[in-house]
Design a protein around this ligand. Structure first.
Ligand code: SF4
Length: 313
């Protein structure tokens, strides 16, 4: 398949394989602590156990443990991305953020620091700090957009409207920070056209990277209640692969594909169960993309503009 993958991009930039190490900075989220809501996004299992692990000893200790876990395949010269994925990793006073992230910019073994957050948690002081850190070590900021459709955003309790995302993208872009946008395929009430519209929007937003992720139904979430009541039906594997192919064709070749599927916490995964076998899913994606001759960007221009219509072969 002809796609601009994360591993290919890392080899191009750093000349070696780069491993992402998931770290927990000990944050919470305004959508969970009562500031916006206390229930979280409808699909989010934060607080139910899947997020709360591995924080012992602080971030440096977490890093060493995570490196040890991949050492047998990474080798002595490997480089890493310190990846703060859980919760909202800029949701704290700027001095706490500095104390957490600044020491990481000194580490030779880190190729980059990747910080997942909400676009409504990127005030000017935080943006300036990230820009300052970015001068010492590449800092990537991952924004949880999920969808551009306001009715879906309300249904999943995302907690911010689309212009907030637009402003965050501008603020990050103006400071030269790399932007990775997280999009979920298969959200409740969304058609394939709506997913394609979201991906086209991201393509035009100037994002340097994207993560495409299947919606998982996890135990303890509102989505699980809807799924049990038959109000939510997850995508089938065939539907997901076909939609993914459309999305990849809509993304300009300059956009790095950080993820083509996700692996939800298996201890909590209720549906779709086919997604638990990530290797098999990726094999199916590779086979289908080869059969359909999927080429990233084949349905769009370099600026991301493209016909917004089904394009599967
Ligand atoms: S913003 Fe992220 S951490 Fe917060 S509730 Fe939503 S998915 Fe969970």
């Amino acid at each position: 398949m002809t796609i601009h993958s994360f591993s290919e991009e890392m080899r191009r930039r750093f000349g070696c394989k780069v491993w992402k190490l998931a770290l927990d900075g000990g944050f919470t989220c305004p959508n969970r602590d009562g500031t916006l809501d206390s229930r979280g996004c409808s699909f989010c299992a934060g607080g139910s156990g899947s997020f709360a692990e591995g924080t012992a000893g602080g971030v440096e200790a977490q890093l060493e443990r995570a490196k040890d876990r991949v050492a047998f395949k990474a080798g002595p010269d490997a480089r890493y991305v310190a990846y703060f994925q859980s919760y909202t990793n800029t949701y704290a006073p700027v001095e706490r953020l500095r104390a957490l992230y600044a020491p990481l910019t000194e580490r030779e073994d880190l190729a980059a620091i990747s910080i997942a957050t909400r676009p409504d948690c990127l005030g000017p002081e935080v943006l300036d700090l990230l820009a300052e850190l970015n001068e010492r070590k590449p800092v990537w900021v991952e924004l949880g957009l999920q969808t551009i459709h306001e009715e879906t955003a309300r249904a999943i309790r995302r907690g911010y409207p689309l212009p907030v995302f637009d402003a965050a993208m501008r603020g990050l872009g103006e400071r030269g920070l790399e932007r990775i946008v997280h999009v979920i395929l298969g959200l409740p009430g969304e058609t394939a056209d709506m997913c394609r519209e979201t991906v086209s929007y991201v393509a035009r937003s100037g994002a340097e990277g994207i993560k495409l992720q299947l919606l998982h139904v996890l135990e303890g979430t509102t989505l699980a209640e809807d799924w049990r009541a038959g109000r939510y039906v997850p995508l089938t594997l065939d539907e997901y692969v076909a939609l993914l192919a459309d999305c990849v064709r809509l993304l300009p070749p300059r956009v790095t594909l950080h993820r083509l599927t996700g692996d939800g916490d298996k201890r909590l995964l209720l549906a779709p169960l086919w997604s638990a076998d990530k290797k098999q899913v990726l094999a199916r994606v590779r086979a289908a993309f080869a059969e359909w001759n999927v080429v990233q960007g084949s349905a769009c221009k370099e600026d991301g503009s493209c016909p917004n219509q089904p394009i599967r072969s």
